[in-house]
Design a protein around this ligand. Structure first.
Ligand SMILES: Nc1nc2c(ncn2[C@@H]2O[C@H](COP(=O)(O)OP(=O)(O)O)[C@@H](O)[C@H]2O)c(=O)[nH]1
Ligand SMILES: [Mg+2]
Length: 192
């Protein structure tokens, strides 16, 4: 974390199988003015997004896997110093959707190896492609509890449903966590 005068920087890794909508979700959240900086050596792209909370500035740096399909283990440099992660799967009622759900645990184990326990939210994306009434959330809620994820959000990068709520949940979690740490840090130093 870098925190001076109410300025916080958070790296958030957005992971999950190819084609689940990671890039589209980031674009939707940042209103399309998403500037990709491509890091060729590790196959990643990221964008900065600035959000003010309670007078402090939070700079989010959203890391996105550039173009790989399926599940594969990422390089440590992709995850390095991530303060949080967003794991995306697809709600599509087909093999791709099912596989992307199955791979959540793999993605989680992968990031845990490099970052330890960090706040993670799970996004079930492409809800616009299914009938919401047929959605059975019991399995995913069990997984959310078991893996101690911060929450599960149903999203659509197409309609925008749930997108802002999801990104804001992770941002405010980080903000309050690091704000508290920074206040404690200043208190300790003042008393020295
Ligand atoms: N209907 C629908 N299509 C989506 C949604 N999100 C992404 N897509 C489409 O799914 C494909 C893969 O999206 P992309 O963001 O590139 O996935 P990524 O590989 O995870 O980054 C693209 O054709 C997107 O237009 C969504 O919420 N609803
Ligand atoms: Mg992508």
């Amino acid at each position: 974390m870098s925190s001076t005068k109410g300025k916080f920087s958070f790296k958030i890794s957005v992971i999950g199988d190819g084609m689940v909508g990671k890039t589209s979700l980031i674009k939707k959240f940042t209103h399309g003015d998403f500037q990709f900086d491509y890091i060729r050596t590790i196959g990643a792209q990221f964008s900065k997004y600035v959000q003010d909370i309670e007078g402090d500035t939070c700079i989010l740096s959203l890391w996105d896997i550039a173009g790989q399909d399926g599940f594969f283990f990422l390089r440590p440099s992709f995850y390095q110093a991530s303060k949080a992660a967003i794991i995306v799967y697809s709600l599509e009622d087909n093999q791709h959707g099912k596989d992307s759900f199955k791979h959540i645990s793999n993605w989680h184990n992968d990031i845990k190896k490099f970052c330890g326990k960090i706040p993670i939210i799970l996004l079930g994306n492409k809800v616009d492609l299914i009938d919401k009434n047929t959605l059975d959330e019991s399995k995913v809620l069990k997984l959310t509890r078991k893996r101690d994820f911060l929450g599960h959000f149903i999203t659509s990068a197409l309609t925008g449903e749930g997108v802002v709520e999801a990104f804001q949940a992770i941002t405010s979690e980080l903000y309050y966590k690091y704000k508290k740490l920074s206040l404690e840090f200043h208190k300790i130093n003042k008393n020295k």
